[in-house]
Design a protein around this ligand. Sequence first.
Ligand code: NDP
Length: 296
Amino acid sequence: MSAKIIDGKKVAKLTREEVRQDVEDWVKDGNRAPFLQVVLVGTNPASDVYVGAKTRACKEVGIQTDTKRLPDTISAKELKSTIHKLNNDDSVDGILVQLPLPNHLSAHDVIEAIDYRKDVDGFHPMNVGRLTVGEPSFRSCTPAGIMELFKHYSIPSKSKHAVIVGASNIVGRPISILLNKEEGEGKATTTVCHKYTKDLTRHTISADILVVAAGQPNLIKGEMVKEGCVVVDVGINRVADETKEKGYTLVGDCHFESVKEKASWITPVPGGVGPMTVAMLMKNTLLAAKKSIYPE
Ligand code: NDP
């Protein structure tokens, strides 16, 4: 078997077009355009690439955006004070602090400083908590994007065994909650693996749906995957490659060539989950502007 490709680039384009139309209607109704404030601390080349992609998407869909660039020497107090100002600024609908932060800053503290009603990344404990108990919330963009891909391709999760490799607060844990939900989408039985999981293959081989978000290039190989499994590769890893102008190539957490021979569906890297993450951020920013999740 050779897997069918889950084309995140295509679905993201459709999603952005939907958002663009909604933004246009929102503005036609006499509202100001949604505004996303990005906060970028320090100089991380990968963060620059991600912020660039988010800025381009905003322009495409008609969302106003600005990037506040702050030095990597900024103190936690100064950064939180910047965030508090943005929280109190009525012209700002969404606030996104690009991660990772320099080591002296705690991402948890900084995320908690964001007003949860402007937390379009869906990382604030209020949003994560509400997601867990099934209340309306900003959903973390990557997991929300994965659910959108399943919906677009009519890939069912009900009663399936979904195995998630990676237990981060921004990908692994929230996707396990969405896939496990008993209402609406989800309804899968979930297993979450992490660094301390013994015999990873014992778990991955039993997966009907395998979501891999470990940040480990080629961690999952064909022999670790059941025939017909749906594989979502979230990983984005830069691997040195002298044949490339940039000096690196992007690979996922799965060994694509061998895994695609076993899977029924697979997301490529790049062009799979990444573009969906950005598209869902656009959706969340519009929801924030409309105050759809947290009405006043
Ligand atoms: P984190 O480093 O925060 O989390 C990685 C998780 O994987 C941790 O739970 C870690 O375990 C677990 N892990 C690490 N090694 C192994 C292993 N050998 N076996 C099993 N579990 C393991 O990363 P993120 O969740 O932020 O990101 C994961 C990957 O996804 C990265 O490559 C990142 O670049 C990419 N990413 C892609 C996005 C996209 O839009 N496509 C968006 C966000 C991230 P433990 O908890 O025990 O340390």
